[in-house]
Design a protein around this ligand. Structure first.
Ligand code: SF4
Length: 487
């Protein structure tokens, strides 16, 4: 059964009434357009201004479609804040409100990349630490203390999700307790496969009607062809203004000396000493080339062409890594889970260096290669496609109906620039601006507090908070204070 626009209107009305809200025409227009796109196998871009209630504007038609057709819908956001809002607030309330009118309850799940979850094999020490990682686990330092705190939390956590940890986590600490796609041995060969947090989240996502994920996961699934998302019938992209940047970041390759050192450290026990020395020497040569080239640079700079010394170092790195991978694969004796995990850990790090060096060597006129001097860190060589438009068209829009939305999508009053950046023509996508229910000029007062001190490292100045309190009092409450950072 395919839901008609009136069903969408009725369902939206039910949910909004249940939540104590009032009818907003823009929200209904959006919900019907979203429904038409996902049931009619087409694409729609909706600019929905503040106050439209755009999340329900797409969640309600997505839920109706998913439940009646038994086909999952992916919802991708750019920020964790929106992801949390959808999962903690909008979805549970919508599911409850729709429950009496649907043949079964709407289900939903969150899916993030593997490295967002604790790896139980690492947590239980089944994978040896890198030498560099081991340093801070043995030192009496803030990092060592954080490792202990995160480990204690992980032992109790039902999710193992980094975002559920109540504090910031140093990336080095998190890296010592998580794995990337390449380093995971795979659930069937892992001693903790059945309890693995990532595996559990994936299974939940496979059963869910609505799967909440982020732009990066969507880009990896679509653009890199790595199937990380469950089968789905439609994709909804909220905070769509971020998609092109996030997709570009997801397909950007990066190579630096710490990556080579990590590969060496993990590979040491598994590869021949001559191969080890060849990669070590190539890494040192690469380091010299990058540091020399980075010296005069004030910031990231395109290398056109890439110098012959860099090309030579990359070639040796790629070939040494290839040899190392061959040697690791040739070892058929290690069969116990710990040895397999250690081998996979080494192979993953070496493969990453190998593939990135190969991609940098294969870069052509459709790619851009640049040197990031690193500002106090190691310089990095990076590669990205000049444009992801073609990739998005072929790998995302050609596969399933796509709904893109945000409060700000138009440039100069039109959608042309966005549509072109997605690799689409006007005929391939419907665009609409449902406006905002607020008359900002009449309903709001814009206050520009010019005399306040600029925000600094210490956070918001007391003067700013005093000003905010005064404004709040003057408005009799009814104030939303929006910050770009909560610190
Ligand atoms: S399956 Fe992979 S991610 Fe999960 S515990 Fe095992 S090694 Fe870690």
């Amino acid at each position: 059964m395919t839901e008609s626009p009136t069903e969408v209107d009725a369902a939206l009305e039910t949910v909004v009434t249940e939540l104590g809200g009032e009818r907003r025409e823009g929200q209904h227009a959006m919900a019907n357009a979203v429904s038409a796109a996902i049931t009619g196998d087409s694409h729609v871009i909706v600019q929905a201004g503040t106050g439209t209630g755009k999340s329900l504007g797409y969640l309600v038609p997505a839920a109706l479609h998913a439940v009646t057709e038994n086909k999952a819908v992916i919802v991708a956001t750019a920020t964790l804040a929106l992801q949390k809002q959808l999962v903690d607030r909008d979805l549970p309330r919508m599911a409850q409100a729709l429950s009496p009118s649907l043949p079964r309850p709407v289900t939903f799940a969150v899916l993030k990349g593997r490295n967002n979850y604790i790896c139980l094999q690492k947590l239980h020490g089944a994978i040896p630490e890198d030498e560099s990682d081991a340093l801070f686990t043995t030192q009496k330092s803030a990092l060592a203390e954080q490792v202990i705190a995160v480990r204690e939390w992980a032992e109790q956590s039902p999710t193992g999700d980094r975002d559920d940890y109540p504090d910031d986590i140093d990336p080095r600490v998190w890296r010592s307790l998580s794995v990337g796609r390449r380093e995971c041995v795979g659930e069937s060969r892992c001693s903790f496969g059945e309890e693995c947090f990532t595996v559990k989240r994936r299974l939940e996502a496979q059963e869910a009607d609505i799967v909440i994920t982020n732009h990066a996961m969507l880009a990896i699934d679509a653009l890199e062809g790595i199937p990380v998302l469950p089968e789905h019938s439609a994709v909804i992209i909220d905070e769509g203004h971020e998609l092109v940047d996030r997709a570009t970041a997801a397909v950007t390759s990066e190579l630096n000396v710490p990556m080579i050192e990590r590969a060496l450290s993990r590979g040491r026990k598994h590869i021949d000493s001559r191969t080890y020395e060849m990669l070590q020497q190539a890494g040192e040569d690469f380091d010299d080339c990058l540091r020399l080239a980075a010296e005069p640079l004030a910031g990231p700079t395109q290398l056109k062409p890439v110098g012959s010394d860099v090309t030579l170092a990359l070639t040796v790195i790629r070939d040494a890594c290839h040899q190392a991978i061959t040697e690791i694969n040739a070892d058929k004796e290690s069969k116990d889970p710990e040895s397999l995990a250690a081998k996979q850990h080494a192979r993953g790090a070496i493969e990453e260096v190998h593939d990135t060096a190969g991609a940098l060597l294969a870069g052509d006129d459709f790619d851009v290669i640049w040197l990031d001097p690193g500002e106090g860190r190691s310089p990095s060589l990076k590669l990205a496609p000049l444009s992801v438009a073609g990739l998005l068209r072929e790998a995302l829009f050609a596969k399933s109906p796509v709904v893109m939305t945000s409060a700000t999508l138009t440039v100069g009053g039109g959608f042309d620039s966005l549509v072109a950046s997605l690799g689409l023509s006007d005929e391939q996508v419907t665009t609409m601006d449902v406006g905002s229910p607020f008359d900002h000029a009449k309903q709001g007062i814009l206050s520009v507090a010019k005399d306040l001190p600029a925000p600094g490292r210490e956070g918001v100045a007391m003067e700013a908070l005093d000003e905010l309190a005064e404004l709040n009092e003057a408005a009799g409450g009814r104030t939303l204070a929006l910050f770009s950072s909560w610190r």
